[in-house]
Design a protein around this ligand. Structure first.
Ligand SMILES: NC(=O)c1ccc[n+]([C@@H]2O[C@H](COP(=O)([O-])OP(=O)(O)OC[C@H]3O[C@@H](n4cnc5c(N)ncnc54)[C@H](O)[C@@H]3O)[C@@H](O)[C@H]2O)c1
Length: 450
């Protein structure tokens, strides 16, 4: 039997995915972006075509959808929808965060799970990919409501996770508070102290140092590696950052530690500009402690101003870190960034730049780091948390940060060398997709058709 050409094979697989997953635009966008880059890999590895690797890779191994019923502070019954998509476990237990946000649906969870498979492969930490969440909106809920929701959510999730099967963590709307409530309920239901079942735990009970900072720090380390290859650095440069959550906060912190000046942060209502450089203590007070709107920052900080609505990418900066959510940086934003002299864009969020924006940035010679590579530091540190839990050991901050830094250097190196191998040196989208894909594909090949 003669094999189709790589291009023909990719097109057949893509059509099948499109017809089978109609109404899932985010998932299709994520799949297209990966398949678009894989022709040279399949050229080198026809055995992946022969053994149906791609057909299997685009179909999650398991998708779990469930009802989450809970009672709010007024005694009213609320019903949300829960998700866990176990995408691929060829490299290890499923691993990936939980997102609690009203925009969560199956398409969003599948796109995140799909991306996670490649990202986790790039970390070399032997973890598979999965993702989950709910359309529950933590904004405006009391602590007690968040706790009751988390307990109800875990009452179903408990049947599907475990330190050797599936290990969730945080994402948008899920931080240390939620992980605590989820872990408590897991422990109550199972009568087991299974530390490695969730990551991002409190530091006093199994959480790793640097897990909170890891995604943001990692994104800046990756940007620094890209810049260093070109003989440049972060120091002395203006950085425009979107978001004001976990990832954005620690991108800002690391940019400043490396001598750069991060001047913006945003939330879904607008953005702030602080030319003097963001005051981190104030940002953490407003967003982490008070869970208030970002406009509060400008009200308390002389010299800073708030722009309601608007587009943070209109602000001039040499470095840009999109750290809020998917498709937040579109073609028009990319044009604005290029016009304003951006040199590097590193995705702290998952899929924040649209395909059109990425194309424009790459054409303009801007160094572009896709989220799969640039934000892999969070999950990599989660894997370090799992290994510390298994060994009943605890690393200090410096050791953990050094290990994160090494991992991000390795991720960069893997991506760069794959981009060279497949003919486009410095194309980190091609590099991340192909390096991640080959690692997973090889494991799937060796494990047979399952
Ligand atoms: N937390 C992690 O370790 C981690 C790891 C890898 C990737 N990510 C990705 O990073 C991004 C941010 O996650 P996080 O953990 O910082 O979440 P978070 O809940 O701490 O913060 C999310 C931020 O994004 C903003 N945001 C959300 N939806 C928005 C919208 N529609 N418009 C504008 N702003 C919006 C929120 O206001 C908030 O500032 C997500 O894409 C997530 O998938 C997170």
């Amino acid at each position: 039997m003669s094999l189709p050409t790589p291009e023909a094979h990719l097109s057949t697989v893509l059509h099948a995915v499109e017809s089978r997953n109609q109404g899932e635009p985010e998932f299709l966008q994520a799949v297209r972006e990966v398949l678009d880059t894989l022709a040279p890999v399949l050229e080198e590895h026809p055995e992946y075509i022969e053994t149906g690797i791609l057909e299997r890779l685009v179909e999650p191994e398991r998708q779990i959808l469930f009802r989450v019923s809970w009672v709010d502070d007024n005694g009213k019954v609320q019903v949300n929808r829960g998700y866990r998509v176990q995408f691929n476990a060829a490299l290890g237990p499923y691993k990936g965060g939980l997102r609690f946000h009203p925009s969560v649906n199956l398409s969003v969870v599948k796109f995140l799970g799909f991306e996670q498979v490649f990202k986790n492969a790039l970390t070399s930490q032997r973890i598979g990919g999965g993702k989950g969440g709910s359309d529950f909106d933590p904004a405006g809920k009391s602590d007690a409501e968040v706790m009751r929701f988390c307990q109800a959510y875990m009452t179903e999730l408990v049947h599907h996770i475990g330190e050797h099967t599936d290990v969730p963590a945080g994402d948008i709307g899920v931080g240390a508070r939620e992980i605590g409530y989820l872990f408590g309920q897991y422990r109550r239901l199972t009568h087991r102290y299974e530390s490695g079942v969730l990551t991002g735990k409190g530091k006093g009970w199994g959480g790793a140092e640097v897990r909170t900072e890891a995604t943001g720090y990692g994104a800046v380390f990756f940007a620094e590696e890209m810049l260093a290859r070109a003989g440049e650095g972060v120091a002395g440069r203006r950085a425009v950052v979107s978001g004001s959550g976990n990832v954005a906060t620690y991108v800002i912190e690391k940019v400043q530690q490396l001598g750069g000046r991060a001047i913006t942060a945003s939330d879904s209502s607008g953005y702030i500009v602080d030319e003097a450089g963001i005051d981190l203590e104030l940002l953490k007070q407003v967003k982490e402690t008070e869970r208030a709107r970002i406009s509060e920052y400008a009200e308390r900080r002389p010299g800073a101003h708030y722009v309601a609505g608007g587009n943070v990418w209109d602000v001039r900066g040499e470095l840009a870190f999109p750290c809020a959510t998917q498709n937040e940086l579109d073609e028009a934003s990319a044009r604005e960034l290029i016009k304003n002299g951006v040199r590097a864009v590193a995705e702290g969020a998952n899929m924040p730049a649209t395909p059109e924006a990425i194309e424009l940035l790459q054409e303009a010679g801007v160094l572009f780091a896709p989220g799969k590579a640039a934000n892999a530091g969070g999950v990599a540190t989660s894997a370090l948390e799992m290994s510390q839990n298994a060994a009943r050991s605890r690393w200090d901050f410096d050791k953990s940060e050094n290990r994160l830094h090494e991992i991000m250097r390795d991720v960069h190196e893997l991506c760069y060398s794959a981009s060279e191998r497949y003919g486009k040196p410095g194309d980190y989208v091609l590099g991340a997709n192909s390096a991640g894909f080959v690692t997973v594909a090889q494991a799937m090949l060796e494990q047979g058709v399952i």
